[in-house]
Design a protein. Structure first.
Length: 688
C-alpha cells in the first residue's frame, strides 16, 4: 500500500484545492456554460440518443429493450421477466460498456455484469450511447475508462407556470401475466431546488409458450418440441428519491435508489431422448437487494475554471438458492439445497475533476477517482474457502481539448492503479497501467451539415470480483483484458425547408479493435453458474450505419423513420503451445455478421402509431467452433404499438396497446434459452 500514498495525497490536494480555488474567484464573472450549451458543433464523436416521447413510443419495457435499437449494440437476453439482460457494444464484451446512472457508474454485482433489466423506463428521461467516450473533458476518471458508455438520465421535474407539484401514475399489464403499477411525484421546494420520488412494483409468473427445434448435421430435424417456460417469475420493488438544484454558478443532484427482487432463474432447455429437461426440474432462486446513494456537484467558478465532485455508496446483496426437484412415485421430492450462497458487495467511490479553459482554443482537465470494493459471502454446506477480496482503485486522467473552428481535437491519458487483498492463499491482482486516447473531428466546409471524425483508444480492465471469486462462477486465474480500438466515420444531417421532406440524417462508422486475453462469460445449465475463460486474442472490425428521415405528409401527419445496420467480423485468433486450434479464425460466440433495426413512427394529432423491427443474423454458440452443430439461426421481431392521448377535466390520460413479436417467431438470443412468442401489453397513464 505504500506505493499508493503519493496518489492519495494528490487526490486530497485536488479535492481541497477545489474549495480553495472556488473561494478565490470573483463571483461576478459571467458563466461560460451558457455559450458551450449553444454550440451546434459540439460532439467530436456522434452520440446515439433516445429520449422523451421516443422512449414512450417504443415497445420497450426496460433500458435493455431500448438499447436494442442502437447501432452496434447486442443485448443478451436469457428469456422471461426474470431473465438476465446485458449489453455488448461492437462485440467488445459486456465489461467494456460503462453504464452510468445519473452520471455515476453502476456497479456490477450480479454475474459480473450490469443487469439492465432492472432499470425501468418509467422514470428515465434519456438514454445515450457513446462509442469511445463523451466529448467533454470535464468528467470523472471512470468515464475515460470504458470502450463505450451508456448514460441513463432520470426524469427531472418540469413545472408549469404557477404549479408547485406534479403527479403521474401508470399501470401496465401483459399477456405474460404482468402486473406493473408505478407512480411518480415531483415537488418544487424553492425556485432553485426540486425533488421527485418514484415507486414501482412488478409481478409476473413469467410463463410463456415456446417452441424449440434442432437439426442434425445433414439439415434434417432432430427434434421439434413445444413447452412452457418455467421458473421465470419475478416480484420486484423499486423506489427512487432524487433531488435537483441549480443557481447562477452551481448545479447539483442527489439520488437515492433502492431495488429488491425475488426471481426464478430460468434454466437452459435441453432435449434428451423423449424428455425435455428444463426449469421444472431445477428450482433455482435469486434474491437481490440494491441500495445506491450518490451525489454530484458542478461549480462554474468563472469563465475559465469549473470543477466537478461526485460521490457514491452502493450496497448489493445477492442470495442464490438451488434445490433439486424430481418426481418419485408420482410425487415431487425436493432435495436439500445444493447451493445456498449469499454475497454482499460494498462500493465506496469519490471523484474530483477540474477544467481550466486557457482561451477559446485550449482547455485542460485533471480528474482523480478513488474507489473501494469489498465482497463477503455466506455459504452453507460448502467446504471450499472463500477469498473475501478487497480492492483499492485509484484512477487519474489528464485531458486536453483544442478547438480550431473546423478542427476539434481531444486527448487524454488514464492511469489505473489497483491494490487487492485476498485470503486463503489466493493470488492478489495489483496493477499499474497507463492508457491513452485521441479524438479528432473535422468540418471540411463552413456549414455544419457534414462532419468527419476519428479516434484511437487503449483500454485496460481487471477481472471483476465476480469473474474471479464468485462460487461456482469465478475463475481465479483469469488474466486482465487489454483492448485497442480505432474508429473512422462521418455524419451528415440537414434540416430542410421542403414542404414534405423536413429532415435527413446519415451516419457511418468503421472500426477496428484488437483485444488480448478477452474474458468470455458463457452460461452453463444454470443462470447463476457461468463459465469464465480468456480468449488469447480477438480481432474485431466492422461497419455501422444509421439513417433517419422526417416527412410531413399532411398538415397533421408526421412520419419519422430511423434505420440501423451493422456488419461485423470478430475473429478468435487465440493460439496454444501446440499451434493454432481448430477454431482459429472463427467468429467468436454470439457475434452475428449482420444485424439491424428499423423504427417507423406516424403521428396524427393525439394518435401515435409506432412500428419497430429488429434483425440479428446467423451466429454460433459458446462452443467456439463454427460448425453446423453450433449454429444459431437468425431471428427477427416485428413490434407494433398504438397510443392515444385524452384530456379529462384538465388532466392528461395516455392509453397504449402493444403487440410484440407480431409474427410469433420462436427464437433464442442465447442458445437453449427460448424467448417469448407473440405477446401483448396494455398501458394506461394519468398525469395530475
Amino acid at each position: 500500500m505504500n506505493n499508493f500514498y503519493p496518489f492519495y495525497l494528490l487526490f486530497l490536494f485536488l479535492f481541497l484545492g477545489t474549495q480553495l480555488r472556488a473561494q478565490a474567484i470573483n463571483d461576478t464573472i459571467a458563466l461560460e456554460e451558457i455559450v458551450i450549451a449553444k454550440e451546434a458543433f459540439k460532439d467530436l464523436i456522434p452520440v446515439q440518443t433516445l429520449s422523451g416521447t421516443e422512449l414512450e413510443r417504443l415497445n420497450s419495457y426496460s433500458v435493455a429493450d431500448a438499447l436494442r435499437y442502437f447501432a452496434g449494440v447486442k443485448i443478451k437476453d436469457y428469456g422471461g421477466m426474470g431473465g438476465l439482460k446485458t449489453v455488448d457494444v461492437r462485440n467488445m464484451g459486456t465489461h467494456h460498456v460503462g453504464v452510468f446512472y445519473n452520471g455515476i457508474q453502476v456497479g456490477n454485482a450480479q454475474n459480473g455484469v450490469v443487469d439492465l433489466g432492472k432499470f425501468s423506463l418509467d422514470n428515465v428521461e434519456e438514454v445515450k450511447l457513446y462509442n469511445g467516450q463523451r466529448s467533454t473533458i470535464l468528467q470523472s476518471a471512470k468515464e475515460f475508462a470504458s470502450a463505450s458508455t451508456v448514460y441513463i438520465q432520470t426524469k427531472k421535474p418540469v413545472f408549469k407556470h404557477g404549479q408547485d407539484y406534479n403527479f403521474s401514475a401508470k399501470y401496465k399489464s401483459s399477456s405474460i401475466q404482468l402486473s406493473n403499477p408505478s407512480v411518480k411525484a415531483d415537488y418544487k421546494v424553492t425556485d432553485k431546488v426540486s425533488s421527485s420520488i418514484s415507486a414501482e412494483y412488478i409481478h409476473s409468473n413469467g410463463k410463456y409458450k415456446f417452441r424449440q427445434t434442432r437439426h442434425n448435421l445433414d439439415g434434417s430435424i432432430a427434434y421439434d418440441t413445444i413447452g412452457y417456460r418455467q421458473n421465470s417469475d419475478i416480484e420486484a420493488y423499486r423506489i427512487e428519491n432524487n433531488w435537483y438544484g441549480k443557481d447562477e454558478k452551481n448545479s447539483w443532484q442527489a439520488n437515492l435508489y433502492y431495488y429488491q427482487s425475488n426471481r426464478g432463474l430460468p434454466g437452459a432447455v435441453i432435449k434428451k431422448s423423449d424428455i425435455t429437461l428444463e426449469t421444472e426440474n431445477i428450482n433455482e432462486r435469486q434474491q437481490d437487494k440494491n441500495v445506491m446513494l450518490q451525489t454530484e456537484w458542478t461549480r462554474f467558478a468563472s469563465d475559465h475554471y469549473q470543477f466537478l465532485l461526485k460521490g457514491k455508496f452502493a450496497y448489493d446483496l445477492t442470495h442464490y438458492l438451488s434445490r433439486k426437484t424430481v418426481i418419485f412415485e408420482g410425487e415431487e421430492v425436493t432435495y436439500n439445497p445444493q447451493f445456498d450462497n449469499t454475497f454482499y458487495q460494498q462500493d465506496w467511490y469519490i471523484s474530483a475533476a477540474h477544467l481550466y479553459k486557457i482561451n477559446p482554443v485550449w482547455a485542460f482537465s485533471l480528474s482523480t477517482d478513488l474507489q473501494y470494493n469489498k465482497l463477503n459471502a455466506s455459504r452453507k454446506g460448502q467446504g471450499t474457502p472463500f477469498t473475501y477480496p478487497e480492492r483499492y482503485t485509484f484512477l487519474t486522467a489528464a485531458a486536453v481539448s483544442a478547438n480550431w473552428g473546423k478542427i476539434k481535437a481531444q486527448g487524454n491519458v488514464l492511469g489505473t492503479f489497483t491494490h487487492e487483498k485476498v485470503r486463503n492463499n489466493y493470488k492478489a491482482l495489483d496493477k499499474s497501467v497507463f492508457a491513452p486516447a485521441t479524438f479528432l473531428s473535422f468540418k471540411p466546409w463552413n456549414n455544419q451539415d457534414f462532419i468527419m471524425h476519428a479516434f484511437y483508444k487503449h483500454i485496460f480492465r481487471l477481472p471483476t470480483f465476480n469473474d474471479l471469486y464468485y462460487t461456482q462462477l469465478g475463475t481465479a486465474n483469469l488474466k486482465p483484458e487489454v483492448s485497442r480500438q480505432i474508429n473512422f466515420g462521418f455524419n451528415y444531417s440537414k434540416n430542410l425547408t421542403n414542404k414534405h421532406f423536413t429532415g435527413f440524417h446519415l451516419c457511418m462508422e468503421t472500426y477496428y479493435a484488437n483485444i488480448t486475453d478477452k474474458i468470455i462469460a458463457s452460461p452453463t445449465s444454470s443462470m447463476m453458474r457461468w463459465m469464465m475463460s480468456n480468449l488469447g486474442k480477438v480481432e474485431n472490425y466492422g461497419i455501422e450505419t444509421t439513417l433517419g428521415t422526417s416527412l410531413s405528409l399532411l398538415s397533421d401527419v408526421i412520419l419519422n423513420t430511423d434505420i440501423t445496420y451493422e456488419y461485423t467480423v470478430a475473429k478468435d485468433l487465440s493460439q496454444t503451445p501446440q499451434g493454432n486450434p481448430s477454431y482459429y479464425g472463427d467468429q467468436i460466440p454470439y457475434a452475428p455478421w449482420h444485424s439491424g433495426s428499423a423504427i417507423v413512427n406516424v403521428n396524427y394529432k393525439t394518435w401515435n402509431l409506432n412500428y419497430s423491427f429488429i434483425y440479428v443474423g446467423k451466429r454460433y454458440n459458446g462452443n467456439k467452433n463454427n460448425i453446423k452443430r453450433n449454429e444459431i439461426q437468425p431471428w427477427y421481431t416485428h413490434d407494433v404499438s398504438l397510443q392515444k392521448e385524452f384530456v379529462w377535466n384538465g388532466h392528461l390520460i395516455k392509453v397504449s396497446a402493444e403487440a410484440n413479436n407480431l409474427a410469433n417467431q420462436y427464437y433464442e438470443v442465447v442458445t437453449n434459452f427460448p424467448m417469448p412468442g407473440r405477446n401483448f401489453r396494455f398501458t394506461i397513464s394519468f398525469e395530475l
